[in-house]
Design a protein around this ligand. Structure first.
Ligand SMILES: Nc1nc2c(ncn2[C@@H]2O[C@H](COP(=O)(O)OP(=O)(O)OP(=O)(O)O)[C@@H](O)[C@H]2O)c(=O)[nH]1
Ligand SMILES: [Mg+2]
Length: 395
């Protein structure tokens, strides 16, 4: 259960004045002490993330943020970090109390949340001390009365959060490409790179997505693919393969059967596939000395033939025949100014939420810089992008 990567979790940013009970509410929602609580104002000094399972919503990532102080100001760098969390959040949870309701600080937060178009849930905490009367200053806004101390209203707050989760956060991965009752074949090579005794997360997610939609899923290695096709009375509605096996699979699957890859499905699920495909077209126009940004969403341990620092630069130079200048960014260190780059190559973003991926893609577009991700770039360089993206055209 703790294996869900951050990028797959519904992100909830908790905002509000100092000492209003934000950290206490996270603990109450989690049912365990995960955040530090104290009567000292300004206890939470930096955003703190906590992953948890909130049934029936599933995996969520709470981000506790420092409160605005009495003047409504934060040290600029702290404010920037809080805003960065808010930009990534699927939902904002604004915490206040009955005496204050929606005061100037809350208004300022709501204005920011509204400008980001983030759904917002308002909690009125400390109802054990001050229950909100009919005249509580909430300006007609809907709020959930709670007490992080007595836990009154916590279940209502969970329901309110659940209702606010945008449909966008529950996007299909492959199920919208087929109909209930259709048969889909997944081609999963079992080689030395496959983890022992299990499937990798994207494969599990696709199977779950198809099962939820009533789609019949057949899983086979590439060696058994011909047998799987022969065993079906009618051709499958779709074949999804690991990209590594695409060439082999492409020769086996008849031309009139739609074929795509896990990476292309996830490029769409996570980002903006048409924009990433436009980005791939820019590869052909690269020139000597062009600056290329290779951006990754996490700071993982790099192995000898690391994809971002070794494989992709090598492949791009080999395919274009140009001397390119590569620069790298990791984690949240995505450069604010992209305008000097000829191309941005981004990782699949498994540690980033879709909102963050889309905002990175939008930043590149705004700077007039083409952007592509690993999956689409590799599909393009291997000459399979056309067939692999055809089943997703217009979706
Ligand atoms: N009576 C009562 N006290 C509460 C409630 N929620 C929080 N508190 C208390 O209020 C104080 C501040 O709570 P925190 O959860 O640390 O508040 P915070 O908003 O995270 O504060 P900062 O991190 O400083 O911004 C603590 O002493 C809590 O025990 C509540 O519902 N009722
Ligand atoms: Mg706190």
């Amino acid at each position: 259960m703790n294996d869900t990567p951050q990028g797959e979790r519904t992100r909830i940013a908790i905002l509000g004045r100092c000492n209003v009970g934000k950290s206490s509410l996270i603990n109450a929602l989690a049912g365990q002490p995960v955040a530090i609580v104290s009567p000292v104002r300004g206890t939470t000094t930096d955003p703190v993330r906590k992953a948890m399972e909130m049934l029936p919503l599933g995996p969520v990532l709470f981000c506790d943020t420092p409160g605005l102080d009495d003047d409504g100001v934060l040290a600029p760098e702290r404010e920037e970090r809080t805003l960065a969390e808010l930009r990534q959040a699927d939902i904002a949870l604004l915490v206040t109390d009955a005496p204050t309701g929606i005061g100037p600080h809350e208004e300022a937060i709501l204005a920011k949340v509204a400008s980001l178009k983030t759904p917002c849930v308002i909690a009125c905490n400390r109802i054990d001390e001050t229950p909100p009367g009919a005249d509580a200053p909430f300006g007609g806004r809907v709020f959930t009365p709670v007490s992080a101390k007595t836990l009154e209203g916590i279940d209502d707050l969970k329901r309110a959060i659940m209702k606010a989760v945008p449909d966008e956060a529950r996007r299909p991965i492959a199920s919208d490409l087929v109909k209930p009752g259709d048969v889909v074949i997944l081609v999963v090579p079992i080689d030395s790179a496959a983890p022992k005794g299990r499937l990798i997360l994207p494969q599990q997610q696709v199977i779950r997505d198809l099962l939820d939609a009533g789609v019949i899923t057949v899983v086979a290695r590439e060696r058994e693919l011909e047998g799987a096709l022969a065993a079906l009375r009618t051709p499958p509605a779709l074949v999804i393969t690991d990209s590594q096996a695409f060439q082999v699979v492409s020769r086996i699957v008849p031309e009139d059967v739609p074929l795509t890859s896990f990476s292309i499905l996830f490029a769409r699920y996570k980002g903006d596939l048409p924009e990433l495909m436009r980005g791939a077209k820019a590869i052909a126009g690269l020139a000597d000395g062009d600056r290329i940004l290779v951006a990754e969403g996490c700071t993982h341990h790099r192995q000898g033939d690391d994809i971002g620092t070794v494989k992709i630069p090598r492949l791009l130079e080999a395919k274009t025949g140009k001397r390119l200048r590569f620069e790298h960014s990791a984690g949240m260190g995505y450069p604010p100014d992209l305008s000097d780059y000829a191309l941005v190559v981004h990782c699949g973003g498994c540690m980033l939420g879709r909102r963050e991926m889309l905002s990175r893609i939008a930043a590149a577009r705004a700077a007039g810089v083409p952007i592509v991700n690993y999956g689409v770039l590799l599909a393009c360089l291997n000459g399979i992008l056309g067939r692999a993206s055809a089943p997703l055209a217009g979706r």
